[in-house]
Every structure is written in structure tokens, then in C-alpha cells.
Design a protein. Sequence first.
Length: 197
Amino acid sequence: MQFTGDVLDGIASGEVDLAFRSWRTPSVRPGTVLRTAVGMVEIIEVTPVDPSTVTDREARRAGHPGREALLAAQRQGEGRRLHRVVLRFGGADPRAAMREDTALTAEELDGIVAALDRMDARSRRGPWTRATLGLVHDHPGTRAAELAARAGRDTLPFKADVRRLKEYGLTESLGVGYRLSPRGALVWQHIERIRER
């Protein structure tokens, strides 16, 4: 479930607390938490509705000027049904704070490296975490497709791997490409020190 930048700003400010989507099957359910550019968005309720019951007030609460604009923006097609989604801003993405956290002990750094080792051990294609971190370190702001080609990988699986590293606060997305976060840079330095031992 995606939102425009204006709607995300409205969710973050509390002005937008509804969304309407025409789905064959809802892509979210109550309890779903979405990561977005402005932070976390929590899904509270998902209910099928008759389009004729949607009000202008509800449309504005969903970031549209009125019900006609809201309904015109919905996907059409056989088997689709309009759903009303109640949502709320869930706060900042916890990864954002993690990316900036560089107050790590040697033991904590070893723990992160051990987690990377476990990811490598579970991989069917062999170790990949250090190679991916190294590419992002050496080529910040480079398109994912170019980084993937340098790694001899397809773009989508490569991007999925970078997202896995992002879960540990090690990488962050830029307008184009990625870079190591402050935390990621510290972990990379620790990895290089281990190699030198």
C-alpha cells in the first residue's frame, strides 16, 4: 500500500487518518505496520464500503479534495471492491535512530558481525554481506542496477539484500543509490580491523 508524499505528510501531521483503495483482495489488514518515507503507518481497520456512502469529509480525511476526486482515483476492474482503511501515524522508523547510533562497544560490534555471518551462512549462494557493504561503501550514490552488475547479480535480488542490511541500520537509501549509515561505516571499519588481525 503506497501513498503520495502529500498524503504521507498529512498522515504524519494527523490530518490524514483514512485511505480508500479499490482491491480484489486487501493488501493490508488490521495490525499491519508500514514503513514509509515519513515513518511508520499503522493500519487500524479495513472495511469494504459502498462508494455511494463515502462523504466529502471522509475524502478530505484521506487527502483528497472531495469524494468525486477520491472515487476517480480508484482503480477500476472486475472483482474490485472499495475498502475504507483507518490508519494512524506510528512514529519514526526505528531504523532511522539505529542508523545514527555509533555508541557501540566492541562486543556490540562483534555481535553485529556475528549476525552478518549468520546471514551469510543461511544464504544458498554463499557469503554476500561483506561484498554488498563494500560496494555501497566504495560507490555511494550509485544506481542499484550498476552496483548489482558490479556484483554479478540481478538488480531486484541485490536491492533485497541491501534492504536486509538496512534492517540492521547499516545502509540508507539516497535519491539515487545507497550509502553506509554512520552505524554502517563504524561496522565496516570494525570488519576491516578484523581482516587485518
